[in-house]
Ligand binder design. Sequence first.
Ligand code: ADQ
Length: 458
Amino acid sequence: MGRLVVVSNRVGPLKDTGRAGGLAVALVDALTQTGGLWFGWSGEISEEGSFGQLKTQKTRKVQMVQMDLTQADYDEFYAGYANRTLWPILHYRLDLAVFDRRFEQGYRHVNDRFATRLRPLLQDDDVVWVHDYHFLTFAANLRAMEVNNPLAFFLHIPFPAPEILAALPNAGSIVRAMLAYDLVGFQTRRDADNFRRFVIEELDATDLGDGRISTGGREVIVRAYPIGIDAEAFSKFGMTPEARRNMSRLEKLMGGRQQIIGVDRIDYSKGLPERFRAFERLLEDYPENRGRVSLMQVAPPSRAELDAYIDIRRELDEMTGHVNGRFADLDWTPIRFLTKSFPRRALAGIYRASRVGLVTPLRDGMNLVAKEYIAAQRAEDPGVLVLSRFAGAAEGMKEAVIVNPHSAEEVAAGLQSAITMPLEERRDRWQIMFDRLCEEDAIAWSRSIMNDVASMKA
Ligand code: ADQ
């Protein structure tokens, strides 16, 4: 296999990948196997945008190349089509999707600009691996520039049922452009099935079985490749001095009480208001937990310039005030809502100090927090994961307590069973999940995609 070329909205970091999480670890591993190039947006806005000079950094085997966007590109492509049209629709939120023809035009334009700037950097035997919803149409742009290299794509977020996607204006044209990739990978079997169904029903593709379809005389691999984390590294983070420090600070604060932990970017897909309501329900339905169990929600703000994100932040502040006003006591605060980020080692300590990991997105491609929570636990006294059935992670973590995040009553009952679960059962469930996480880790994930690309070329 030739070099690997990775394309993603944001690039890096190449070093200290421990700080950056499983995805960066997996991509750096894949890139260093073959040597290669990582191409994306610099995160900067300038007047020349994608017509300006490329920014390049190089380590021994990997080159990072980045380009700017203009303000209009940012507004239409990134804040517009990617985050206000595709993100809500792909998370089944038609009610929040904004349809604006300029957004779609800007998106197609920026995809074309990325292709135009990448084209001269490509060598004949490169394999190109493109990431996420920012680049659905990118392969079609490259093909129009007579690029015949193998092109693989991975979608990190859900792919909705065709009945939902059909509401997107020009959905057929966007999805047809995705068929210019040779491999289209998803987080779950359900996502891959939804895609397959769309291209068969709407675009006359034929199912060849074995995760392959045929369209316009070409074959495309359509499969699920559930993303993993660097489980062993994360498990070791839990034993670092930084983790221990955070753990003992928390344990002191809790004084023998139990903590439920939630860690999510503030995003409507993560089901945070529903989660706070479920915790309130726990205190109502199982009053023995009052004064004894608290919820800590760690949530760094994201996309804070978009209205939908401002609204949710306000709602969470209000709900925290409401629940605490109703139940707090002299020495006990029911909900602690921290809108900040933590270093990964500190996060591992926080997970480790928490008896329950509460992960209740309304929709999520995978959800790495569920996996990190399990990886960080102590084998001798592990906590329990309470997990939404709508997180991709639920497909491979059946030993968690699986709940419907829309039902406060069901989540409260799930929490109660987690809080009262006997040690032996906690250990049994944890061990199965932990072993699986170590086996199906981030590196195995990227290698399985690269293997399928290689087999396709043969
Ligand atoms: P995200 O929507 O960002 O990712 P997730 O998979 O949970 O969701 O990953 C979030 C990452 O950010 C985790 O590694 C977590 O530890 C970290 N994080 C969150 N809050 C933090 C905090 N306060 N401090 C420090 N770190 C914090 C998208 C998709 C997911 C998919 C991933 C990877 O939406 O479904 O799992 O990509 O494919």
